[in-house]
Design a protein around this ligand. Sequence first.
Ligand code: F6R
Length: 608
Amino acid sequence: MCGIVGIAGTRDVAPIIVEALKRLEYRGYDSAGVATLVDGKIERRRAPGKLNNLEAVLRKTPLSGHTGIGHTRWATHGAPTEANAHPHASARVAIVHNGIIENFRELREELTAKGHKFQSETDSETAAHLVTDYMDQGLAPAEAAKKAVARLIGAYSIAMIFKDHEGLLVGARKGPPLAVGYGDTEAYLGSDAFALAPFTNRVAYLLDGDVAVIEGAQASIFDDQGRPANREIKITSASTAMVDKAGHSHFMAKEIHEQPEVISHTLAHYLDPAGPVVRRHGVGLRKTLAKASRLTISACGTAYYAGMVGKYWFEKLGRLAVEIDVASELRYRNPVYPENGAALFVSQSGETADTLAALRDAKAKGQTTIAVVNVAESSIAREADIVLPTYAGPEIGVASTKAFTCQLAALASFAIAAGVARGNLSESDEKTLCASLLETPRHIAEFFKQEPAVKAVAEEIAKARDVLYMGRGASYPLALEGALKLKEISYIHAEGYAAGEMKHGPIALIDEAVPIIVLAPHDVHFEKTISNMQEVMARGGKVLLISDSDGIAKAGKVWAHIEVPKTNAFITPLLYAIPVQLLAYYAAIAKGTDVDQPRNLAKSVTVE
Ligand code: F6R
């Protein structure tokens, strides 16, 4: 959840560490800091809030030094103050840390008893003092670091520099990713290849338990037993370009508008338009689909809602039994996995700690693991048996938009493949479904003509304190996603419900102050959803209906409506995602919140 960078360089590194941190700010933006060695001594600059605050501090009091580390924080232990900002330092060591050290209280007590003085409330500072303690006992820095990390329980990636040791950087990983970057005269540590892209495209990811010791441009890696280890150096495709907003006011707006293009890219990977048919990718995948006794789906947040839509598709098209749960529950439930089962994990970042842990558990219990991921070099992509990539490109806005619809595009293609492999879909069914799916980008592009109308209604919704979303069938997960999107970026309280559940409790919330957003494509569920909508309206509810022209005509008078193009019912989840995203976006704009970096959130959740 935090971003870390380290450079053993040949020039002043503080400015370039800050540039690399800008590429990691999606991981957290509560506070930031940098530490370097100046004449052998550790010097730090830190600031609460976003990176531009740290830049202002550095402009006032610049920092020289060729060896340094930097950090952008998503707070876990301790408020986002300057004192809790990384790097944390003792007189001899400075560290930056991403993750959670679960045994920090015991370690802190032990070190306090030995006379160590702590200046922050963080778990991370404990690691700095533990390393110092081993150095005080006479160990060389790298040995002290190895001994210290061996005692840490929890999940971490760490980078350290040491007083009087110019050019020495030590990194360690257990859980959150950490990459070593190889330059010609310099070496680097970073949370991902994207952060290191301006310096080098030669990158090796540490494995769990690894420690990297960098001296000048040389890096030595040791495994969890302390043995020298070779980790493959890959040439990454991470772009050096800082992704820009392409003329939009926010990354979220840009990413919403990119959807026709990135969905096309994703579909091009899965579908052959000449058929149209699903491309016959790997034999392993088709075999897995054909013989699977059950599919378990798991993910977190928006990716989980994509998985939920997938459940409707797999059951309907593949007649495949599906069980679904959020990863933070599944990983601890000790679920009963069937023989010949497959387990599917959905993740934009490919680094979400709970999703990764659930995948490892399913794999250990004999499931064939399949991952729908957007980041090809991520941990989840590396560990899954079968990878289904999405081609959304870098998603910078914290609220997931284009990654969600690309996940849906991959899942829809995969569900058709399951239907074919299991003998449930005929050739002509496959053609019809693929043809509809291929039309999605065009329909989304057409829908953008409605954007001014969506903005106008969003400005009304922005005045509400509570908002309800409801839908049936595959529109139910969309109702959940709509509510999540609205609450995370506009801070308006919102809930999504299965339309049929309203009268079992939530209908008590209805009055004229609570807008109800009804997602009702003109499909097999339409009449029933409209009955539920009428029940809400009979109690004074103010309904915003999202439907196509037939649905809107049939539904009668409502407070407001948004018209979505008429399509095959199969692809409506992809299409209805767009009004739901735009409503949240314009409600947030009306409320003046920080759309791309909403409070308390971070893009990549590598702690549980
Ligand atoms: C919400 C959002 C989150 C993520 C969730 C999983 O807009 O972005 O709910 O979907 O944190 O993240 P990934 O997909 O990276 O595993």
